[in-house]
Design a protein around this ligand. Structure first.
Ligand SMILES: *Cc1c(COP(=O)(O)O)cnc(C)c1O
Length: 362
């Protein structure tokens, strides 16, 4: 079966000697290797304010904490995502307010978000689902007009672009995940990219119990209790070596995505997703709408190709029941979208086979 997701791991000849070196170096906690990885991320994201963390979830949590979000607050979010986007909001005590999606893309609809803003709204959580970038022109305007900050959950969107620039410095916070199945993995890991420099030092402290690494342990004074969210040197060295390949790997996703955009256009039963102005997806999953999805998925499976919607909508979980509301566009999107394999493991021959299989009909 051709899978929808698969971890890319750099060649053993590059990775294993470095892992061995760090493991036996006598210093495996957060140190040089971790900071070098962080420097590499800064370069890739073209942003000086990037902190590496243990997971995408940790990055989201730190963003919410830095905004002071807690009980009595509201965060506008989308059910069209992987669960951690919303479980992370829930653990702060804030109430999730669902906004509806654009039925053509499955991404949050700025008009619906605008309708849901109240005086309790403390953040808008945008998810660049499957690597497609939200309507940032409209969301930036909305954030400026209302003063409500945006957190971008870019766990699916490493290397995607807005206005010709890799995402990671547009909104106040952009959160990335290096979990096993994302574009780039460090086994587990994440990063928070920060727009405003004044947010960096407080988040760095929250990342490490509330302690300030620049001050000696004996002179430190914790003013706000933090978490254990930093990375160790092992994660750091894996990350640095993975980063050497990230451009090539992400470009492979993008090339396959563009190939499908071209070859699946006008295929009966398929509706392609339009991408918003000034945005370029990084196609973590190739996303489209199909008529007769069950039959489509069955046909693909018979031909050794995984096709599936992959994620369950978040708003049906019991833990979010107090947020339940009507989302008619989500309904129609959720019943028709599907993903097909698009990642680095899909070679030219495979993608041709996938398109030929689809063109035969289902
Ligand atoms: C993977 C993922 C996360 C969480 O990342 P972890 O590194 O697994 O904690 C958050 N949001 C989305 C949309 C994800 O897909």
């Amino acid at each position: 079966m051709i899978p929808l997701v698969k971890p890319y791991i750099a060649p053993a000849s590059e990775l294993m000697p470095e892992i061995e070196r760090v493991l036996y170096s006598g210093y495996i906690a957060e140190g040089e290797a971790a900071w070098e990885f962080e420097d590499g991320l800064k370069q890739f994201l073209d942003n000086e304010n990037v902190l590496a963390v243990q997971s995408g979830t940790a990055a989201l949590h730190l963003a919410l904490l830095q905004l002071g979000i807690g009980f009595g607050d509201e965060v506008i979010s989308t059910p069209m995502t992987s669960e951690p986007t919303n479980t992370t909001i829930a653990i702060t005590g804030a109430k999730i307010i669902w906004a509806d999606v654009d039925p053509n893309t499955g991404l949050l609809d700025p008009n619906s978000v605008r309708d849901k803003i109240t005086e309790r709204t403390k953040a808008i959580m945008l998810v660049h689902y499957a690597g497609m970038v939200c309507n940032m022109d409209a969301f930036n305007k909305l954030s400026e007009e209302t003063g409500v900050p945006i957190i971008e959950d870019a766990a699916h969107a490493l290397g995607a672009k807005y206005k010709n620039k890799v995402i990671g410095s547009n909104s106040r916070f952009t959160c990335f995940s290096f979990q096993a199945i994302k574009h780039m993995t460090t086994v587990d890991g994440g990063a928070i990219a920060i727009r405003d420099e004044e947010d960096v030092a407080p988040i760095r402290k929250l990342r490490w119990f509330g302690l300030d690494k620049k001050v000696s342990r004996l002179e430190n004074d914790i003013t706000r209790a933090g978490y254990k969210y930093g990375i160790n040197n092992l994660t750091g060295i894996i990350g640095s070596i993975q980063l050497k390949h990230v451009r090539e790997v992400v470009d492979k996703y993008i090339a396959n995505g563009k190939y499908y955009d071209k070859t699946l256009l006008n295929v009966p039963g398929i509706t392609l997703v339009p991408y918003y102005k000034n945005t370029e997806p990084s196609y973590w999953l190739y996303t489209m709408k199909v008529d007769g999805r069950n039959d489509f998925c069955r046909l693909m499976e018979e031909n050794g190709i995984t096709a599936s919607p992959l994620h369950h909508r978040s708003d049906t979980h019991s833990v979010f029941s107090e947020s339940k509301c009507e989302l008619p566009n989500m309904e129609s999107w959720y019943n028709s979208f599907v993903h097909i394999p698009c990642g680095w493991w899909v070679d030219d021959e495979t993608r041709e086979k996938i398109v030929e299989t689809i063109k035969k009909g289902w």
